[in-house]
Design a binder for this molecule. Sequence first.
Ligand SMILES: Nc1nc2c([nH]c(=O)n2[C@H]2C[C@H](O)[C@@H](COP(=O)(O)OP(=O)(O)OP(=O)(O)O)O2)c(=O)[nH]1
Ligand SMILES: [Mg+2]
Length: 130
Amino acid sequence: MMKRIHVAAGIIINSEQQVLISRRLDHQHQGGKWEFPGGKVEANETPEQALIRELQEEVNIQVSSARLFDSISFDYPDKQVLLDFMISTDFSGEAQGLEGQEVRWVAKADLPNYTFPDANRPIVDKLLAD
Ligand SMILES: Nc1nc2c([nH]c(=O)n2[C@H]2C[C@H](O)[C@@H](COP(=O)(O)OP(=O)(O)OP(=O)(O)O)O2)c(=O)[nH]1
Ligand SMILES: [Mg+2]
């Protein structure tokens, strides 16, 4: 049985109501797709702590606080994930792809024009309804 990977992903919303997305590198799982930046929750970390660490490492964003927006458990053919999507408007820093990935601020209404991993479908729908 595969071990389910616990991931914290950030829905970061700026004062113009745009959402930060980044493009997964080709060699990564679900490579080439857009994502809400984030990564694995390590042992002894809360999802919020993991989010703060990952956003600093990946996109140069300092998150001050975040709350849980939704949790999704999803089975890819090759990987099982538990995604905690954390939402925040409380952050500082200029977004930058620190791992060489593309990052973009996009209007909520434009999110359907980007291809996300299949697990994200309900999240994009919920953000649009928000
Ligand atoms: N960060 C993020 N990951 C997502 C989203 N949707 C989704 O299915 N995932 C999946 C893809 C990956 O299997 C996993 C996130 O892992 P990760 O960002 O730590 O990246 P990774 O496993 O490729 O490798 P690494 O960082 O340990 O090198 O969650 C999303 O919106 N954001
Ligand atoms: Mg990551």
